[in-house]
Ligand binder design. Structure first.
Ligand code: 15L
Length: 272
């Protein structure tokens, strides 16, 4: 019989990363309560609440008897500032605030590599970069992740909430580009990472990078490992396939190669 853990609320549970985590963490023995705008997807978790992170009453209901919140809900890429402000900035504030109101002890939140997307490849060729560098967001989306890290730190210090914000690289079934060979977080390692953070007795107030054990990694996993994360996957197994697909050598001066945030550094959302 598998070990059983507590109840975990996952906001954005219907999304890509949400789907990996809600299934993988339930398999590990967590009682998963999904929260998303939609009705429960198949295969669904044991519990589901359809609601909006902008709605404090829906969050109050969702937080009841929860041991850990994993906050993934939000716009997953660049968008107009007003929309990022409402969903990613105010929505994240609402989730942290509801967790404190309900007395939930621990919140793990999905930050992103785009909080530091304007660092250059050349900045971390010698040695992987740690989490203590100054944020350099590459988009309004990245700005919202810097806000997430800031409110997480503030609520950890002010309210004693245990907080980890995970600067996720690229969490997909497989890396989809050369850049993702460096930034890939496999679904199985994502489950390992969030499970480690959900159970680490020493977690207080951290920002960690979320990547697999990629041969070419830009980020330092030291504090994630200290908290119990042991990545097992390596994007290198996909390198040949990706190289065969890519037609030419990358231009070292192109933003998609030069910056950590890749194409995010040049993307501007269309006017509505
Ligand atoms: C992210 O933060 C996005 O949510 C995801 O869709 C990917 O694009 C990822 O970053 C990435 O940088 O590859």
């Amino acid at each position: 019989m598998a070990e059983t853990y507590g109840r975990m609320l996952i906001t954005g549970a219907a999304g890509g990363v949400g789907t990996f985590l809600r299934t993988g963490l339930a398999e590990l023995g967590w009682t998963v309560r999904g929260f998303d705008l939609t009705t429960p997807p198949e295969p669904g978790p044991v519990e589901w609440i359809a609601g909006d992170i902008g709605d404090p009453a829906a969050l109050d209901a969702a937080m009841r008897d929860v041991d850990v919140v994993i906050h993934l809900a939000g716009i997953p890429g660049e968008d107009r500032f007003e929309r990022i402000l409402k969903t990613n900035i105010d929505g994240t504030y609402q989730v942290f605030d509801a967790a404190v109101r309900a007395g939930v002890p621990r919140v793990l939140a999905a930050s992103s590599n785009h909080a530091v997307g304007y660092y250059e490849r050349a900045d971390f060729l010698e040695a992987p970069i740690g989490v203590d560098i100054r944020p350099r967001p590459d988009t309004y989306y990245g700005v919202s992740k810097v806000f997430m890290e800031a409110i997480g730190s503030f609520y950890a210090d002010r309210h004693g909430l245990r907080v980890a914000c995970v600067r996720i690289g690229s969490c997909f079934q497989e890396p989809r580009s050369r850049r993702m060979l460096d930034t890939w977080l496999s679904p199985a390692d994502a489950v390992r990472l969030f499970h480690a953070l959900a159970t680490a007795p020493d977690l207080r107030n951290e920002v960690v990078y979320g990547i697999s054990a990629n041969k070419t990694a830009w980020w330092d996993l030291e504090n994630a490992r200290r908290l119990g994360y042991e990545p097992r996957d390596d994007s290198d197994v996909f390198a040949e396939k990706i190289e065969a697909r890519a037609d030419e050598e990358p231009d070292p001066e192109s933003p998609s190669f030069k910056y950590l945030g890749g194409d995010f550094t040049t993307f501007v959302p269309p006017e509505e």
